[in-house]
Design a protein around this ligand. Structure first.
Ligand SMILES: [Zn+2]
Ligand SMILES: [Zn+2]
Length: 213
């Protein structure tokens, strides 16, 4: 296939494919890339060593961006739009989002670290620098001030932390209100006041209820 027949989306999907395999620790053989092999090499996105494909720095940077956008789109669909069964929809997003929109989206979502499947979302510039330029919808429970409340959207804990959260009722769909944050964090959930570890509050993502003052 000639280069002009390959669009940006196909190239990005290929880079994503290689990156995801690397993430799982699996190798990609040169033969698997078929018609994309030469183009990706010409563009400087990959190196081939002993028939194995490696992403170059620029290839990795571009792939990470695509994976990041894909996983942010997943969070948007599930957390804000409430679409669990999104199938291929998230796959289109990642190719059309500009850098500006990406940052706004990430901020709106509270700079999430994981997608709904528990996979890591590569960080963007907005996740490192402070100062949000758009209004956020999703916050970590640990960021709330006394009297602020909201609904739990998702939690990212597994193992021991996960069972602690489950036992106090910190699960998606529950309403939670912050009673105080100092000297320790106390929340109200199911009409009971419970002191929780700050570490636990960090893992709990919620949509804040707008206060009508
Ligand atoms: Zn995912
Ligand atoms: Zn961010």
């Amino acid at each position: 296939m000639k280069r002009d027949k390959l669009n940006r989306e196909e190239i990005e999907n290929m880079l994503k494919f290689i990156w995801l395999r690397e993430e799982r620790g699996d190798r990609v053989d040169a033969s698997e890339l078929g018609e994309y092999l030469d183009i990706l090499k010409e563009e400087g996105y990959i190196d081939i060593v002993n028939d194995r494909v490696y992403l170059t720095d620029s290839g990795r940077e571009r792939a990470e961006k695509i994976v990041r956008l894909y996983r942010l789109a997943e969070r948007l669909l599930v957390d804000i739009l409430g679409i669990e069964d999104y199938g291929e929809h998230a796959c289109k997003f990642e190719h059309v989002i500009s850098e500006e929109v990406e940052e706004a989206l990430c901020t709106l979502l509270g700079h999430p670290r994981y997608c709904p499947h528990g996979e890591y979302i590569p960080m963007g510039r907005c996740c490192i620098t402070n100062g949000d330029r758009v209004e956020r919808r999703i916050y970590r429970l640990s960021e709330l001030q006394p009297d602020e409340e909201g609904e739990i959207k998702y939690v990212v804990a597994t193992g021991e932390e996960g069972s602690i959260m489950f036992s106090i009722g910190l699960i998606p769909g529950k309403k939670v209100k912050v009673i105080r944050t100092y000297p320790n964090m106390v929340i109200e959930i199911d009409n009971a006041h419970i002191a929780i570890d700050r570490r636990i509050a960090e893992l709990c993502y919620i949509v804040k209820t707008q206060l009508n003052l």
